[in-house]
Design a protein around this ligand. Structure first.
Ligand code: NAP
Length: 347
């Protein structure tokens, strides 16, 4: 593979979520020295200086400890996190919303808990204060609202009670410089336009889970970003496991599509991508699309968040985003089939 896309290292962000729940590739609980330190060292060696976490992930202390162990001043990296969604006790009829596939292999200390939301300004303050302590640096590069559309689906969302006060609080800390940017970390692309309309002047970065099958929606977000002067973060490029499959998704064992178990319809859609890609792995298509977005929309599409607990995979992903090639006939066929927008620049 020849270097075909000039993408500076500061466009890549390492996603910390596996530092909390794991599982590491060799099973068992995550060990900071054995798993996190090599991962953080590899990211830094690649020139990655930004790390993305969330209160929910319970991953930030491990990042802070790894930085300490490596003798890296936390103020020399940029740390962004997410608030609202947190791990709470499974009591009073609280329901676990994450699919079983996402919960497999999580250490014992995280079992018997469930995901909940605290949208109060006091809750947000406590959450991000703890994140700052655990990371160990002076300021937070970003704080994103974590999954408000999920709250809407699962527990209801009252905008005036759940969003506006949290944003007012975040704006006040942004003014002090303790939080530098306000963001979203979401799986529902349509929420971005809704948020921009309802909370003018709040959004600095829209983090949206990504894969090529939502490229059309992502292009809409990029246009909106240009108009409203915010930046766009790809929160992953494979939609969980969907673009890592190496067999026909129509008949593959259950896999995650946007962090939920793929439905029949989603399997069929992925199978169309798979069949058109032929000998080009889906992983390469996802990396190439992310790389092309970074190259063609450098003012808007500023971060690609990627994550693994296998250092060689991080090296591979960064290389693929810069170099993966998709043959011209495959691009044409994907466009012909309406799977990739016709206007998407593929060179
Ligand atoms: N709502 C939100 O705000 C939200 C939602 C999702 C994600 N995120 C953020 O985005 C970050 C990245 O998400 P993600 O980890 O799901 O990213 P992703 O890029 O969509 O997918 C990563 C998946 O690809 C696999 N993979 C990577 N390289 C591979 C290779 N060479 N061969 C086979 N499989 C490979 C990884 O496997 P292994 O891990 O087993 O290596 C992992 O299952 C998270 O850490 C988080 O910070 C945010």
């Amino acid at each position: 593979m020849a270097a075909i896309r000039e993408i500076p290292s500061n466009r890549f962000v390492f996603g910390c979520h596996r530092f909390g729940f794991g599982p590491p590739p060799d099973g068992g609980p995550v060990d900071v020295e054995r798993h996190v330190v090599p991962m953080v060292r590899t990211a830094l060696d690649l020139g990655i200086r930004s790390f993305d976490s969330a209160v929910l992930y319970r991953a930030t202390l491990q990042l802070g400890r790894a930085l300490e162990s490596l003798g890296v001043d936390p103020n020399t990296i940029q740390f962004q996190t997410k608030c609202l969604r947190y791990l709470g006790l499974k009591a009073g009829g609280a329901k676990e919303h994450q699919p079983d596939a996402l919960l497999q292999g999580i250490p014992r200390r995280y079992q018997g808990l469930t995901d909940k939301w605290d949208t109060s300004p006091e809750g947000v303050e406590q959450q991000i204060c703890r994140e700052r302590i655990e990371y160990g640096g002076d300021v937070l590069r970003g704080v994103a609202l974590h999954d408000p559309p999920d709250k809407e689906k699962q527990a209801g969302l009252d905008w005036a009670a759940d969003i506006t006060p949290a944003i007012a609080y975040l704006k006040s800390v942004r003014e002090t410089g303790l939080v530098q940017r306000i963001g979203l970390g979401i799986k529902e692309p349509a929420f971005v336009a809704r948020f921009v309309a309802a909370e003018p002047g709040a959004l600095d970065y829209a983090g949206v889970t990504f894969c090529p099958s939502i490229l059309r929606q992502m292009m809409d977000i990029i246009r909106l970003a240009r108009q409203h002067k915010f930046q766009v973060t790809l929160m992953g490029i494979n939609y969980g496991q969907a673009f890592t499959l190496r067999e026909d998704p129509a008949t593959a064992p259950p896999f995650l599509y946007n962090y939920e178990v793929a439905t029949e319809e989603e399997r069929a859609l992925m199978s169309r991508f798979y069949r058109i890609c032929g000998s080009t792995p889906l992983l390469h298509l996802a990396a190439a699309v992310a790389g092309l977005l970074a190259v063609h929309f450098p003012d808007e599409m500023t971060q690609i968040v990627t994550s693994t607990l296998t250092p060689s995979r991080l090296v591979e992903t960064v290389k693929l985003v810069r170099e993966a090639q998709v043959p011209a006939p495959v691009w044409s066929e994907l466009k012909e089939a309406g799977l990739i927008p016709r206007e998407f620049p593929v060179n």
